[in-house]
Design a protein around this ligand. Structure first.
Ligand SMILES: [Zn+2]
Length: 410
């Protein structure tokens, strides 16, 4: 069904773009097409010959200027000038991305253009609404296309400016008054260096096996927005909110899940409010296989310290347990993550504990755990929590425990 749909879509594109040089064979990158939903593909715009002609005429009258780091990049005479189609700016791929320092490769047989810059890769298939950024399929509003504006028989390969630039880690700003798009290449400042150090230190993780890669993981970053969670050193100048610590850890978890090849959805990726019950509800709605909630602990007194992981073993109305329903047990994930956490963080081992009183665990249908990394109410733990090392190690231990459990279960 998906294949049939994509062939119809492609045929439609072919017919409508038939003025373009020569089509040769229709190439379907089935790997790309099949990794996205048909409904998503259908959202991609269908660009007609008329759209392209209108864009060419309009941009001849009102040219678009493209800059890199505020410096104009001239279009070569043989190239099609920047062109707006379907509210997206298309630019000739070589002229602009080589000026950015990227390498551009053209696979004529499969009609694939690959743009690579500083380890980031964007892959587009001519006339296909699906592209790959860092190997992951993404939907394009306007596909890459070959346009022969002067009908001399040689076309330029045109690619969507913003999509490709952002895929390479660059930022794009648009100034409407002067119709100027400015591409600012990815900075090589400290933030990037920190990330790469993190990935060097914590990246050598096992990757998920092919069955485990199919599973959907929901990562819930505890608290957020108006809900601060626990507060360390409350009412002092160095007050620390649990929501911020959890978020920093969560974003590192995301990097590591990418390296492991996992499928995931996060309940939040920024400092926004989210109702407690909406978190398990989201995991249920998308049919997740595993839910992991990231927290840090707190108590009324300073004394308690260390790491604990909660789980709640579920059984459905028919008496089927998590193993029968999901192929993996909450308890196994909890026990292994707990072990990795105390080994790697060097915190006091408070154990993996079963609890039926926590909403995240009780209201989710799938195996789920809540990690309480360390106590914000304990001065020694709080000192650790403040460090980047703690957050990196927390993320690493979580992902390591999760991968190991998933690889042995699936
Ligand atoms: Zn919490």
């Amino acid at each position: 069904m998906k294949k049939l749909f994509s062939i119809i879509l492609s045929t439609f594109l072919m017919v409508n773009l038939s003025f373009v040089v020569s089509f040769g064979e229709t190439v379907q990158n089935s790997e790309l097409i099949e990794s996205v939903q048909v409904s998503q593909v259908s959202q991609a715009a269908i660009i007609t010959k008329a759209d392209v002609s209108r864009g060419l005429l309009y941009c001849r009258e009102y040219p678009v200027t493209v800059q890199i780091d505020d410096v104009d990049v001239p279009t070569k005479e043989k190239d099609v000038p920047p062109l707006i189609v379907g509210a997206r700016t298309l630019i000739p791929v070589r002229a602009f991305f080589e000026a950015l320092g990227a390498t551009v490769e053209w696979d004529a047989e499969n009609r694939i253009v690959t743009i690579e810059n500083d380890g980031s890769t964007v892959e587009l298939v001519i006339d296909s609404p699906v592209a790959k950024v860092e190997g992951k399929a993404k939907i394009l509003e306007v596909p890459a296309m070959i346009i022969d504006h002067d009908e001399d028989g040689t076309g330029s390969t045109m690619v969507p400016l913003r999509f490709v630039s952002e895929g390479l880690g660059a930022e794009v700003s648009w100034i409407e008054a002067t119709r100027t798009a400015n591409i600012v290449p990815a900075s090589t400042e400290t933030e990037e260096e920190e990330t790469s150090t993190f990935e060097t230190n914590y990246g050598p993780l096992n990757i998920l096996n092919s069955n485990a890669k199919e599973k959907m993981i929901v990562i819930d970053i505890g608290h957020g927005g108006k809900d601060t969670g626990s507060i360390g050193n409350q009412n002092s100048s160095d007050e620390l909110y649990e929501k911020d610590v959890n978020l920093e850890i969560g974003l590192k978890v995301k990097d590591l899940l990418d390296l492991a090849g996992a499928r995931y959805i996060f309940t939040r990726e920024s400092d926004v409010s989210m109702e407690l019950y909406d978190r398990p509800a989201l995991a249920n709605d998308i049919g997740a296989d595993i839910l992991v909630s990231i927290h840090n602990n707190s108590f009324d007194t300073e004394k308690p310290e260390g790491t604990e992981v909660y789980y709640y073993s579920k059984v459905d109305e028919q008496g089927l347990d998590e193993g029968a329903l999901y192929g993996i047990y909450s308890k196994d994930i909890a026990v292994l993550v707990q072990k990795e956490m105390v080994d790697i963080l060097g915190t006091v081992d408070r154990g993996a504990k079963e609890s039926e009183h926590l909403a995240i665990l009780r209201r989710s249908s799938m195996p789920a755990i809540i990690i309480e990394g360390a106590f914000m109410s304990n001065p020694g733990n709080l000192e650790k929590i403040r460090t980047t090392e703690f957050k990196e190690k927390y993320a690493y231990a979580l992902v390591k425990g999760l991968i190991t459990t998933m690889n042995s279960a699936f």
